[in-house]
Design a protein around this ligand. Structure first.
Ligand SMILES: C=C1C[C@]23C[C@H]1CC[C@H]2[C@@]12CCC[C@@](C)(C(=O)O1)[C@H]2[C@@H]3C(=O)O
Ligand SMILES: O=C(O)CCC(=O)C(=O)O
Ligand SMILES: [Fe+2]
Length: 362
């Protein structure tokens, strides 16, 4: 069976690295929309939080409430671990296309190589490729490098270990900022460690693009996570949507990682913290890489608004949902997914601040 032709849309096979012009199937818009955010020097910058600051919890809470995204410094992840992951990502994406397609994501799975999962919601193709690793990287690595893949697997495992520690730390800061303590979280272990679901690592590659003003690296979306921790190489491209300002660029800072609030944290916080809409733009000369650690709860845990945040004047806004149920809803309804777990939206006459359905197309 020819896996690749069955698994990806025929025109998704184009080797982005070899294109001299932007094919029409990749042309999203006029440059006007894209210009928004490229020059956001006038707007507030995304908060940078020092994890060793004595007031760190307050800063995290404030950033979650007002931005849904922040940088963390003094995060404790060794620079070598970040650099090695970046180098390994580069190794993957510089393989010949036919070799990468051996690890292609099949229609019924989350993991593997291919175009972004959300591609099917858009009429145009995105200027990117990704490798999604759920759990062990072994199976994909073996397909990518039949002769040897130990190093790649070691790098991924080390990266996940470090990210898990950091995600746990940040998650407790977030929960603490909501007044939540260890006993309030069902999926916390005896020493306060948060049990996590099968961790998901998303490697994204955005090759240099002949017409970046009309292309889109990764279309606007929110993450279906509690938190996402993002490492980017030295090339800018990430933008977040800010109420009243528009698209704000989140340039790489060498010593910092980017943390996004995901949809499940929006639900858990009963809407106090909103997941942030973000997208990735591409560059004319530089290859951009990013590595996202998608952090969520164990798969059997139902996430619902924390009971400490509920009272008569703050009724629960969402019904309980597990991560895998939510991913299914997202796969079907994309940026509308939250409204499908929302309680009584019509009765209460709420306008969901997190309903991003109107920003579907770049
Ligand atoms: C655990 C997740 C979360 C996924 C789906 C699945 C695996 C890959 C994730 C991403 C990564 C790239 C952006 C996104 C929007 C996409 O297309 O795939 C993400 C999506 C989500 O956050 O909803
Ligand atoms: O490449 C980026 O900066 C964004 C990646 C992203 O949003 C994701 O993987 O979910
Ligand atoms: Fe994302």
């Amino acid at each position: 069976m020819n896996m690749s032709s069955k698994l990806l849309k025929p025109d998704s096979h184009l080797d982005l690295n070899s294109m001299k012009e932007l094919p029409d199937s990749y042309a999203w818009s006029s440059s006007a929309d894209h210009a928004d955010g490229q020059n956001s020097s006038g707007s507030d910058p995304v908060p940078v939080i020092n994890l060793e600051d004595p007031n760190v919890m307050m800063h995290v809470g404030h950033a979650c409430k007002t931005w849904g995204v922040f940088y963390v410094m003094n995060h404790g992840v060794p620079m070598t671990v970040l650099d090695e992951m970046e180098a390994s990502g580069r190794d993957v994406f510089s393989l010949p296309l036919d070799q990468k397609l051996r690890a292609a994501r099949s229609a019924d799975r989350v993991s593997g190589y291919g175009v972004a999962q959300i591609s099917s919601f858009f009429p145009k193709l995105m200027w990117s490729e990704g490798l999604t690793i759920v759990g062990s990287p072994h199976e994909h690595a073996q397909k990518l490098w039949p002769q040897g893949h130990i190093h790649f697997c070691e790098v991924v495992e080390e990266y996940k270990k470090e990210m898990n520690k950091l995600a746990n730390k940040i998650m407790w800061l977030v929960l603490g900022s909501l007044g939540i303590t260890k006993g309030d979280i069902k999926w916390a272990g005896p020493t306060g460690e948060l049990k996590e679901a099968c961790p998901v690592l998303q490697l994204n590659s955005y090759p240099a693009c002949p017409d970046p003003d009309r292309a889109m690296g990764l279309a606007a979306h929110t993450d279906s996570t509690l938190l996402t921790i993002l490492h980017q190489n030295n090339t800018s491209g990430l933008q977040v949507r800010r109420e009243g300002t528009g698209w704000v660029t989140v340039p790489p800072i060498r010593d910092a990682l980017v943390v996004n609030v995901g949809d499940l944290l929006h639900i858990l916080s009963n809407g106090l913290y909103s997941s942030v809409l973000h997208r990735a733009m591409v560059n004319r000369t530089q290859h951009r890489l990013s590595v996202a650690y998608l952090y969520g709860p164990p798969s059997n845990v139902r996430i619902s608004p924390l009971s400490k945040l509920i009272d008569n004047s703050h009724p629960p806004l969402y019904r309980p949902v597990t991560w895998s149920e939510y991913l299914g809803t997202k796969a079907k309804h994309f940026n509308n997914a939250l409204s499908f777990v929302r309680l009584c939206a019509q009765i209460n006459g709420f306008v969901d601040v997190n309903d991003h359905s109107s920003v579907l197309v770049g």
